[in-house]
Design a protein around this ligand. Structure first.
Ligand SMILES: [Zn+2]
Length: 165
């Protein structure tokens, strides 16, 4: 990823905020001001979650660490992990065009995944002898239709594996 591509992606994710002051005629100006600020706040909060997903999953050659992203966003590293899920990752993929057509991604739910191991840990990364120790966060599907559990750290590898299929 070149620095120009990075800037293009950031522009796509941080699209313009909704117009201010639209339809405020006849409204209580105090409530209108509060409503406008709440809308700006909500939009900014959503962009923060999208940028965190982008920094962890899409930024190459080096995904940003939860520590670095947390420092920039005013969150703990664990808070970074909790701030986005499969929905934000899919949205960033759509906004930036970096989503492989074959990729199948959802949030990890213990009850919704078929493999016994995949209910407990990330099974997409690592192997039987050296299993990935990260908490599973996504349910992903490989080219043969088998379900796996995947962590943030291994999701870029999953997306790369599906981009050619
Ligand atoms: Zn993993």
């Amino acid at each position: 990823m070149t620095s120009q591509e990075l800037l293009d992606d950031l522009r796509a994710i941080c699209s313009p905020l909704p117009p201010e002051g639209a339809g405020t005629a006849g409204r209580d100006p105090l409530l209108a001001a509060l409503g406008d600020l709440a809308a700006v706040h909500g939009a900014a909060d959503e962009r923060v979650r999208l940028l965190l997903a982008y920094g962890r999953i899409f930024a190459t050659p080096r995904p940003r660490t939860p520590q670095a992203l947390g420092e920039a966003a005013g969150l703990t590293p664990a808070g970074v992990g909790d701030a986005f899920g499969a929905g934000e990752v899919r949205r960033v993929g759509r906004l930036t065009g970096r989503w492989p057509a074959a990729a199948d991604l959802d949030d990890h739910h213990r009850a919704g995944i078929s493999g016994k191991e995949s209910r407990l840990r990330c099974t997409w990364g690592g192997d039987r002898l050296n299993p990935c120790g990260e908490k599973p966060k996504y349910a992903v599907v490989d080219a043969r239709g088998a379900q796996w559990a995947c962590c943030d750290g291994h999701l870029p590898g999953y997306l790369r594996s599906r981009s050619g299929s």
